[in-house]
Design a protein. Sequence first.
Lengths: 131, 131
Amino acid sequence: MSGKIGILAIGHGSKLPYNKEVVTGVAENIAKKHDDFVVRVGFMNMDEPTIKDALQSFAGTGVTTIAAVPVFLASGVHITKDIPEILGIEDGNNQSSIQIDGQDVRIVYGKPLGAHELIADLVFERAREAL
Amino acid sequence: MSGKIGILAIGHGSKLPYNKEVVTGVAENIAKKHDDFVVRVGFMNMDEPTIKDALQSFAGTGVTTIAAVPVFLASGVHITKDIPEILGIEDGNNQSSIQIDGQDVRIVYGKPLGAHELIADLVFERAREAL
């Protein structure tokens, strides 16, 4: 076993194309920068692949752990309840495991983006572009 | 007139505290790093101050232009319709003006965060923290 790490970028999903475009673009950027990680996207609702299908799409990659990270700005019910339920993560826990290729794969659940300095830098850049 | 620039960080708003916490934290971070700008927050719905109240809260600051930036990941109806309406921005345009302290103040409308490299860096950081 290679012990490779997967990253699952989880989007909210939308009837419009923009959320999927952003989450997919972010995942492509991570994959390009970090080619030792296996990167996939999955959507909570309204877009495909679903989170469950995205987890199974790590089949054949040899990942032993998947970091599932919500590409959401802030916490909320989707982050604390809906997505953990889909990932099989119980209350008060931040990990679970699933079977992929007949092997146990550990899932660890990341935090949403939050009020990180990088978000502030990007909002400032968006302000300057508009001026 | 000083020709000072204002930045209005616009949040979605939520019944839960998290969206307001993130948008406020982001605004504080910008204000700390860039003290030549006047930074305020406003919310589209469910939180206060409203966008309209936030615009008027630039009174007394001497700003002549306000960059209104949605702290949203992706575009969508809120970005293309709801928020421009509140800002008085017409279709196909990205600016308007309002009266503050009896003076015309220009409003320019920024883009949402999007699939920027900084978001990818932050999602990758959130993945690594979880591992």
